[in-house]
Every structure is written in structure tokens, then in C-alpha cells.
Design a protein around this ligand. Sequence first.
Ligand SMILES: [Fe+2]
Length: 172
Amino acid sequence: MQLRTRIHPALATPSDLAPEAAEAIADAINPLVADAFALYLKTKNYHWHMSGSHYRDYHLLLDEHADAIFAMTDVLAERVRKLGATTVHSIGEISRLQRVRDDDREFVTPLDMLGDLMEENKAFAARQRAAHRVCDEHEDVATASLLENFIDETERRTWFLYETVQGAERSR
Ligand SMILES: [Fe+2]
């Protein structure tokens, strides 16, 4: 669900970008902030509930991924504030904006966890690319540049998860 961002007069950081541009960019970035929080928690969920013979490797891999995903949240949220728009306020707002699917199952097999995260990261990169197009339209090169690095990091996670799943399937 997309919530239209409004610029609050008391929080309108000065910017040479038009208010409409700032709102459009915030509308593109805030759901990514929500996605990053949701994907961080999903990755931690799997990190905490990992099991099986490759426990240590998978547990540590997901911790590295979770740290990188969490690091995105502050950078993206502050980018929105630099433009004068407002960003996410609460877990409730995150749940309304997130496109990442929660997984509350009691038990998930290690390969299902890794495969699920691979798909989530792949889809996350596509949504970051879509937000990048909005930044391009408004010549917001700074947000675009941050997204370029985050897309690379997200694709790196997809690659590692893909190879880990492939390796595990081959050795079965
Ligand atoms: Fe941990």
C-alpha cells in the first residue's frame, strides 16, 4: 500500500528540488525503507531459526546480510529528510508500506529459507531500480547514486544465496 508523502511545513528542509519532486522521490524511497526493515527482520528470523548440517555457515552468512540491509535504513530515511519530506514513523507504518512477505512459520527448512531470501533480494533490487528511475526523472543524482550501491549489494546477496542453494542441491 502506497501512502502519499506530504511535506510538513515544520520539517521542510530547504532544497532546490521542487516540493513535488521531493514528494515523488519520498513516495519511491519510503517503501524501500519499509522493505529494508522487513527484509532485515526476515533475514534475522532465518538467522535465529536456522538448523541443519551447514548451520554455522548459513547462520553467519545471514548475519552479514542482515547487517548490510539494516545499514540501508538510516541512509535512505535520512535521504528523504534531506529532501524535506517525512519518512517512516513506526512498525505499523512499515507493515503498511512493505512489499517483503513476512514468514511467521514455526519451522522452515534451510534451503527454503535461502531460496526465499534469494527471491526477496532479487525482487528488492527490481524495486530499487524502479525508485532509481523516479530519481532520474527529477535529477536527484544523490539518491540515485546511493541506490546504485544498494542495488549492487542486493545483487551480491542474491548471487551468494543462489550459489549456496545450488551447492546444497548438488551435494544432496
Ligand atoms: Fe546473531
